[in-house]
Design a protein around this ligand. Structure first.
Ligand SMILES: [Mg+2]
Length: 270
């Protein structure tokens, strides 16, 4: 079941309902990074986590399993989160590892890396002359950010992405917030990654409550996946934001911003 984001109950006002769902359970908490733990900013490298949020996530990780599931490359997100003891799934779950050596190495789509290199080179050739274009170097995908490109120039980006897809049937594009993410067409996404992690971490019993926090289209895969596990999903975003308004979601609750995420996370697992 999906609902309009504006119809979701606000998580921080639903303490009793949440306590009833989470009480007595072992929590497995999955967190997206950009737009969830940090506000969306003009350039991905500026998305720095507030020290208060880092403290909250670090405390939470002492009480329950915490996994970061990000579209960023895994080393990038590990370096920017800087909390030991978390599990990191990078590249939308294409690259999963646990820093403490627990056996959760998984790398999907490595055979596509040379093709992605070619695509990156073409994107640079054709988009670098357009002011504001940003091609984010990633391992298992190529992200083309157009947030800082003048509106009149944006159709050129779409045309190029469409042409790349037309010529490479083994690739797909996942739309995000002002970004086209060109990925291998594999049956693997954040939802599959989350289900894989629950199995790999032995978190499948009825005593476990998985929770996912996310803000973007790719997070909906994880929301849908956790619905099959009686999980609890939290959408992060302002329903009046033009990038959010009118969208539907498989989430159960809403956090309007990172302050509310921090407040909710600090309530969990206590
Ligand atoms: Mg996000």
């Amino acid at each position: 079941m999906t609902r309009h984001i504006s119809d979701l109950p606000k998580a921080v006002d639903s303490g009793d309902d949440l306590a009833a769902r989470t009480g007595g359970k072992r929590l497995a908490i999955f967190l997206d990074y950009d737009g969830t733990l940090t506000p969306i900013v003009a350039r991905p490298e500026w998305a720095v986590m507030d020290p208060k949020m880092r403290e909250v996530v670090r405390d939470l990780s002492k009480r329950c399993t915490v996994c970061i599931v990000s579209g960023r490359d895994r080393p990038d997100v590990e370096g920017i989160v800087q909390i030991e003891g978390l599990i990191y799934a990078g590249s939308h779950g294409f690259d999963i590892a646990s820093p403490d050596g627990r056996s959760i190495q998984r790398e999907e789509g490595a055979e596509f890396y040379p093709l992605l290199e070619e695509i990156k080179a073409r994107l640079h050739r054709e988009l670098d002359p357009i002011e504001g274009s940003q091609i984010e170097p990633k391992k298992a995908s190529v992200a083309v950010h157009y947030r800082n490109i003048a509106e009149a120039e944006r159709p050129k980006v779409k045309e190029l992405v469409d042409d790349i897809l037309a010529k490479n049937s083994q690739l797909k594009v996942t739309p995000g917030k002002m970004v086209y993410e060109i990925q291998p067409k594999l049956d693997w996404d954040k939802g599959k990654a989350v289900l894989y992690l629950l199995e790999a971490l032995d978190l499948t019993g009825p005593d476990v409550l998985p929770m996912y926090f996310g803000d973007d289209h790719t997070d909906e895969h994880a929301f849908e996946a956790l619905k099959t596990k009686d999980g609890l999903n939290v959408f992060v975003g302002d329903p009046t934001d033009p990038e959010v308004a009118g969208r539907t979601t498989a989430a159960d609750y809403l956090c309007h911003n990172q302050d509310e995420v921090a407040e909710l996370l600090s309530m969990l697992g206590t």
